[in-house]
Design a protein. Structure first.
Length: 330
């Protein structure tokens, strides 16, 4: 049976589609944590859910700290995944998430902007192109091609004042507090695993590239790429400990030639995109078909174009349950 840790480690940032407008505010990955996933067994099903907290008040100009234009940017996010092993080599998953809140607090606690709601729907098939097991080691290579469909709002508005007649004046909220960026995206994914079962030790890596589309506001958020390197070991047959180093790249935003990003949305495209490196400690505990897990993303290095809000605190905790949909022998 393929061990649970193969698909658990680094489950969300999916949320973090913390869109990188004038503030990057976090990862641009639409998959929970850059999810490290292999495939399920034939006709096996997985139900997974997690909670993620993200918070920051740090601002960067390139790789240097700078004065922040806000007091805090934060979110509380719930992520859900349903996956099914169509064959022993092909797994299909459907993933989505809901923001309990995405909040931006202005300087001195003024101009607080908040939103909530459903994010995106991800259809994510993965195929095991190579799987070889020997007495002392197992090697697996998995490729995936996903499609992200926005379900939530990307053009929600905030009241900024009233007219003399008492009518409210609205402006489009910043991307950092929208539940989705509003584009349909293509996801390319690769996963390489090498396990040593006799030593309860494993090494694995994943790569993710998200090709962003255009949304209805004439905006194209920067493409996203990440590479993760993992090392993990199991203790007492149930306790898993893993360490990861993850590198991220986020491209700069683009705008339609007829869209004035500054006048309409207060977005300076030169202050979008950048590079980050994280250390991600993870722990999991497995009891039969259930696994609980927790992880935290700790930023080691950030280089952000222009002036942006960077990453600071991120914590994820969740639960996964796997079961066979058929009886043995059938």
């Amino acid at each position: 049976m393929r061990p649970l840790f193969v698909s658990l480690f680094i489950i969300l940032n999916y949320n973090n589609i913390f869109s990188q407008g004038c503030c990057s505010g976090g990862s641009g990955s639409p998959i929970a944590g850059g999810t490290s996933q292999g495939v399920l067994l034939d006709r096996q099903m997985e139900l997974a859910a997690n909670y993620q907290y993200f918070g920051t008040n740090k601002a960067f100009s390139k790789d240097h700290d700078t004065l922040s234009t806000i007091d805090k940017l934060s979110s509380n996010y719930l992520y859900f995944r349903l996956a099914y092993g169509i064959t022993k080599d092909l797994t299909m998953s459907v993933e989505t998430g809901y923001y309990l809140n995405k909040t931006q607090i202005g300087l001195n606690a003024r101009d607080t902007i908040t939103s909530s709601g459903i994010g995106d729907l991800i259809l994510f098939p993965r195929y095991d192109i190579y799987n070889h097991t020997e007495e002392t080691k197992r090697t697996e290579i998995t490729l995936g091609l996903g499609y992200k469909i926005p379900l939530g709002k990307h053009d929600d508005s905030t009241v900024i004042g009233t007219t003399y007649q008492g009518k409210k004046i609205y402006t489009t909220s910043p991307p950092t507090v929208q539940p989705t960026n509003g584009s349909q995206d293509i996801i390319f994914y690769a996963f390489l695993f090498r396990g040593y079962p006799l030593k309860n030790f494993r090494l694995f890596a994943n790569g993710l590239y998200v090709r962003k589309g255009w949304n209805s506001l004439g905006q194209k958020f920067g493409d996203y790429a990440s590479v993760g390197l993992f090392v993990g070991k199991t203790f007492f047959k149930k306790l898993g400990v893993t360490a990861q180093v993850k590198g991220e790249w986020i491209g700069m935003m683009k705008a339609d030639k007829n869209v004035d990003m500054v006048a309409l949305y207060n977005i300076y495209v030169e202050s979008t995109g950048g590079k980050k490196v994280f250390f991600v400690p993870q722990i999991s505990f497995t009891q039969k078909a259930f696994t609980i897990y927790a992880l935290s993303e700790i930023p080691l290095y950030q280089y952000l174009n222009g002036n942006q809000i960077g990453s600071q605190y991120q914590f994820t905790a969740g639960l996964s349950y796997r079961f066979n949909t058929y009886k043995a022998g059938k």
